[in-house]
Design a protein around this ligand. Structure first.
Ligand code: AQP
Length: 346
């Protein structure tokens, strides 16, 4: 790792942390700890872009932090905190609201999906969400951002904002001693790992999501063995046996998803999984998938339960992480204030 490489990513405390969040994001967070300095954030400011019950928000914030730790993130070597404790995120987001263009935000598919038909009634925060996400990343001048595929467009917007800021304020940035004029780096999305897009267990064409009204659509990290077994058994399939080759999954989204989940959890390639289960009935495959999922997720769920039973410990981790994050983030915001021309006490 070069000294300049820094990883940042976040997860929203909106309840129902699921297998998609785990395989698409958290598994990669854990791996990157060995090669990078990492900052992992529970993005509570993002969560309130849609209504959150305050008591549930507090609980979900602790639950995401517990999931990070239970999955293997070390909050002493790296930084784990919740976003609202570091006000620099919101301050930089305001500057970025003034850098980003309406046309850019109008193209964001996540806003369109989440606002749905009742756009007029969506919060301004939901619309401006990508500016805040850009601030989360750039306030640490992070270079690498591990995310699921659904966040690709927001990452592109983050790069556009970084570039426009660097262009708009090039002279001032150079006057600050940054000869290249690149005050903000162009952060790279890391959309890698075993399952960048895990689909709903009820509909293989829809992303597994926290907000799906059916709990049977997802495996939650807090699910016990019985719940995992029931959900996998009830997962939608088709009447055909499993194919023996990967191309046989092309027109079978539900089968493809379950095989993908099995492959991701077992660290094997899909083709290899099909060599073992191809030609067989779904019921046998599902039994093996239940055993595997319980084996892999059970200990994480149990550790999350243990940690959330001690909110004092979790809150301590978050406030310690926030204190360390604040030092880094405040330095960036102070430099931005100087670049933009804001008067501040020195
Ligand atoms: N289905 C998924 N497959 C792979 N990765 C996923 N991620 C989310 N869903 C999947 C990744 O998980 C990280 C944290 O997501 P988030 O909580 O910040 O936001 P989200 O994408 O809005 O999560 P949900 O579950 O889809 O929530 P709702 O229902 O509110 O839309 C991100 O890196 C994301 O890519």
């Amino acid at each position: 790792m070069t000294a300049k490489e820094l990883v940042f990513s976040g997860v929203q405390p909106t309840g129902n942390l699921h297998l998609g969040n785990y395989l698409g994001a958290i598994v990669n967070f854990v791996k990157l700890q060995d090669t990078h300095d990492c900052i992992y954030c529970v993005v509570d400011l993002h969560a309130i872009t849609m209504w959150q019950d305050p008591a549930e928000l507090t609980k979900a914030t602790r639950e995401v932090a517990a999931a990070f730790i239970a999955a293997g993130i070390d909050p002493r070597t790296h930084i784990v905190f919740n976003q609202s404790q570091v006000s620099a995120h919101a301050e930089l987001a305001w500057v970025f609201n003034c850098v980003a263009r309406l046309g850019w935000l109008n193209r964001m598919t996540q806003f369109k999906e989440k606002a749905g038909k009742d756009r007029e009634n969506a919060s301004v925060g939901l619309y401006a969400y990508p500016s805040l996400m850009a601030a989360d990343i750039l306030v640490y001048r992070a270079t690498h951002v591990p995310v699921g595929e659904d966040q690709k467009q927001h990452l592109e917007l983050t790069r556009d904002i970084a570039q426009k800021f660097n262009n708009d304020f090039g002279d001032q940035i150079r006057a600050q001693g940054v000869d290249s004029g690149l005050f903000f780096p162009m952060p790279e999305p890391l959309i890698t790992g075993p399952a960048t897009r895990v689909m709903s267990l009820r509909d293989g064409t829809k992303k597994m999501s926290k907000s799906d009204p059916s709990d049977y659509s997802r495996i939650n990290l807090s699910d016990d063995a019985d719940a995992i077994a029931q959900k996998v058994r009830k997962a939608k399939t088709d009447p055909e046996p499993l194919p023996s080759e990967e191309k046989g999954l092309e027109t079978r989204p539900e089968a493809d998803n379950l095989v993908g989940i099995y492959a991701a959890l077992s660290g094997r390639a899909k083709a290899d999984v099909l060599r073992e289960f191809g030609g067989g009935q779904f019921s046998n495959f599902k039994s093996s998938l239940v055993d595997l999922a319980v084996d892999k997720l059970g200990p994480i769920g149990a550790e999350m339960k243990r940690l959330t039973a001690d909110p004092g410990y979790v809150d301590g981790v978050l406030s310690d992480g926030a204190a360390r994050a604040r030092v880094l983030a405040d330095a960036t915001v102070n430099a931005v204030k100087d670049i933009v021309g804001f008067v501040r006490a020195k």
